[in-house]
Design a protein around this ligand. Structure first.
Ligand SMILES: *Cc1c(COP(=O)(O)O)cnc(C)c1O
Length: 246
């Protein structure tokens, strides 16, 4: 069974890499400047290990309990070679815990999360569980007019949120993240990601290290490459379909 799964993941991953290469060729970008985050939510630690064996260095998770359990199941050497990105909606009372096992939290959407993330990371650093501050992206709501956003801070609140993260001693502000509104045309998706890229640029006037732009999933990674994303979060195109989410 694991041989079949290995073959399936190999084929799906290489198809995704081909899409990224093709999009980069169109845009005159270099594929090595893009980080592919394989979103492994709903899939077991064994899939993460298979992907790690295929050169995947970044994985994404969106549900706290599942993510924490999965990360602790990984063999030590595999865990050390991976960057674990938390990309899901984060409850305030879970922030402390996530800050201990994640390397990156991409979904910081309100200042109330900052304290829990910072104290959780501080504890993990003190106990020698981690060696670096927690990398943080600010999630931005790209809803506009009739199009409902899919979570994140209002663009107008971004500057204040950035200050809160930058003032925390154990967090490192790295950039912005967004999910495109549902059911947009390709052109509108591109425009939404362009707005995200512009917000990221603006953030860099005051926070020069905030260079990451995380955008693009299985259905819209080409638009994200075109808009200058640095990180793509791809789940189902690599792992297959998962049960419908709330
Ligand atoms: C699940 C998820 C993804 C991956 O979505 P796919 O459409 O399966 O590629 C990306 N980003 C976030 C925040 C997610 O929750």
């Amino acid at each position: 069974m694991s041989v079949d799964r290995r073959e399936e993941l190999t084929a799906r991953l290489s198809a995704v890499r081909e899409r990224i290469d093709a999009a980069c060729a169109v845009e005159g970008r270099r594929p090595e400047d893009l980080i592919l985050v394989a979103v492994t939510k709903f899939f077991p630690a064994t899939d993460v290990e298979l992907l790690a064996g295929m050169g995947v260095r970044d994985i994404g998770e969106s549900r706290d309990q599942e993510a924490g359990d999965k990360v602790s199941e990984l063999a030590g050497a595999i865990r050390e070679g991976l960057r674990v990105h938390f990309v899901g909606q984060l409850q305030t009372n879970k922030a402390r815990r996530v800050a201990r096992y994640a390397d990156v939290v991409q979904s910081v959407d309100r200042a109330r999360l900052v304290r829990g993330l910072d104290t959780g990371r501080e504890a993990a650093l003190e106990e020698g569980e981690v060696t670096d501050p927690l990398d943080v992206l600010l999630q931005v709501d790209l809803g506009e007019g009739e199009q409902a956003g899919r979570g994140g801070s209002a663009p107008a609140d971004l500057a204040a949120l950035a200050e809160a993260v930058a003032d925390a001693g154990h967090l490192r502000l790295r950039g912005v993240m967004a999910i495109a509104p549902r059911d947009l045309t390709d052109d509108d998706t591109r425009r939404a990601f362009d707005r995200l890229a512009t917000l990221g640029e603006r953030l860099r006037h005051t926070h020069p290290d905030a260079t990451w732009v995380s955008a693009g999933m299985s259905g819209d990674l080409e638009a994200a490459v075109a808009a200058g994303a640095t990180h793509l979060r791809v789940g189902s195109a690599i792992l297959g379909s998962r049960p419908p989410q709330r």
